[in-house]
Design a binder for this molecule. Structure first.
Ligand code: FCB
Length: 476
């Protein structure tokens, strides 16, 4: 990629963050009262993850968090986004909290604050307590009520020291990969259940937001992180445009409709009427979901390219998170998914920073006045230490440079983007892919748990310290 002529410089208050999630890094799954989540059960079910890998040990962050925070400080991070393991703080998903679980997160937050790193807490990054799944999981309304209670517990415990809150991470994945294509926990493949799950995740977000607000100081910010897809039609033919519209409703409108505008898109309700009658949307639900937010989190990796077509013999693609013959797109079996042309990462995801710019500009318009954060963006590569033990990842540097430049262009174009969280701080358990896909800026040797900053981490440190993107060759 050619170097821009002028330096790419960010506003002084811009947050330079990194993100992780509990099940992907903590390990210690049976310690201090934690009980299994749906990801424990799923990863221990034969055939569900690559090589049968699990998060049992992960990168032992539960025991190494002090060193990990020191590393974050060395890398110049000014913000860190992590998630709380629900079954660590409220083991059965109901009733009283476990103090040891809350203490872990309180200690982590204090360590971050002591190093001048702003914590951003995600309440739910896909690890539902197994007992709540046994009672029906996200397709059941009660799960949303339980989430509100859990939100209050965590808000009470950390609201005095954490200002940035995110209710849900990527509810699309929870609903449609968890209950539709089944490539994520709990691995169910029921299109009607996936739409019910989407509604109850929306309700959980709304009730959780209200619960946090009721218990926390007013200065705190409440947001949600959506993996809003950038859906592009293969051509400008009316049929392809309609296919793109349909997928846009199922990827985006199903969440931002009720959350930001207080209604599901009419076109979504019509297109899914053969799958569900939406009778579980009760009076008052939409108002409960449509809480004013303080910010919006956008997670972006790659655009989605679609056309109208009969479903391919292999069935529709499962959005890059794993293969399944069940679709994560209910009611859209006649939409075909295509590989966007261009270079790809190790996930097979096409590298296209214009998608991030488009996404930010779209939500800048959808939610005028709402501060935006890129709460995840990054790339997996097949990183390996060289004979001196150093890990060179020039592709990741180029990826970050391209995407951060796109963020900067969006700011120039008027979007209020306040920060960027690189996915991920360190290599970790990549869900159905196990440990085979390395997204970290820090390399983890899984045999020894040794952490080694890759050259991209050093490049990112320079960006964070100076507020200006170094050239792509700077850290080589
Ligand atoms: C996102 C998830 C995150 C990680 C990245 C690669 O969808 O939120 O946990 O898996 O993808």
């Amino acid at each position: 990629m050619p170097e821009p002529v002028t330096p790419v410089t960010f506003p002084p208050a811009f947050l330079w963050g990194a993100a992780t999630s509990a099940y992907q890094i903590e390990g210690a799954v049976r310690e201090d009262g934690r009980t299994p989540s749906i990801w424990d059960t799923f990863s221990h079910t034969p055939g569900k993850t690559a090589g049968g890998e699990t998060g049992d040990i992960a990168v032992e962050h539960y025991h190494r968090y002090r060193d990990d925070v020191a590393l974050m400080a060395e890398l110049g991070l000014t913000a860190y986004r992590f998630s709380i393991s629900w079954s660590r703080v409220q083991p059965t998903g109901r009733g009283p909290a476990v103090q040891r679980g809350l203490d872990f997160y309180r200690n982590l937050v204090d360590e971050l604050l002591a190093h001048g790193i702003k914590p951003a807490v995600t309440l739910y990054h896909w690890d539902l307590p197994q007992e709540l799944e046994d009672a029906g999981g996200w397709p059941e309304r009660d799960t949303a009520l339980r989430f509100a209670e859990y939100a209050q517990i965590v808000g009470d415990a950390l609201g005095d020291r954490v200002e940035q809150w995110i209710t849900l991470n990527e509810p699309w994945c929870s609903a449609f990969l968890g209950y539709g294509s089944g490539v994520h926990a709990p691995g169910r493949t029921d299109p009607a259940a996936s739409l019910r799950a989407a509604h109850h995740l929306n309700l959980a977000h709304g009730l959780g937001t209200s619960a946090l607000r009721a218990t926390m100081p007013a200065r705190n910010s409440v947001a949600v992180s959506l993996n809003s897809s950038v859906v592009r039609p293969l051509s400008q033919n009316p049929a392809d445009l309609a296919a793109a519209r349909r997928i846009d409703d199922l990827a985006n409108g199903v969440f931002h409709g009720p959350m930001l505008h207080g209604a599901y898109p009419e076109t979504l309700l019509a297109a899914t009427s053969s799958v569900t009658d939406w009778s579980y949307v009760l009076d008052g639900d939409l108002a409960a979901i449509n809480q004013p937010l303080d910010a919006l989190g956008l997670n972006y990796y790659t655009p989605t390219l679609v056309s109208a077509a009969a479903a391919s013999a292999d069935g529709p693609r499962a959005d890059g998170h794993g293969a399944s013959s069940f679709s994560p797109w209910p009611g859209a079996d006649d939409v075909a998914f295509h590989q966007t042309p261009g270079e790809r990462t190790e996930m097979g995801w096409t590298i296209d920073p214009t998608g991030l710019h488009d996404l930010i500009m779209r939500y800048s318009g959808e939610a005028p006045g709402l501060p935006l954060y890129v709460t995840e963006n990054g790339a997996a590569y097949d990183d390996k230490p060289d004979p001196d033990g150093r890990v060179h990842d020039p592709e990741r540097i180029a990826y970050l440079h391209g995407h951060l430049s796109a963020v900067r262009r969006a700011i120039t174009d008027g979007a209020d983007v306040r920060g960027y969280y690189l996915w991920s701080l360190m290599d970790n358990f990549e869900w159905a892919y196990g440990y085979g896909k390395r997204f970290g800026a820090v390399y983890v040797d899984y045999a020894t748990q040794a952490r080694t900053p890759k050259s991209s981490a050093l490049w990112y440190r320079q960006a964070a310290r100076t507020g200006t993107l170094p050239p792509v060759t700077a850290a080589e």
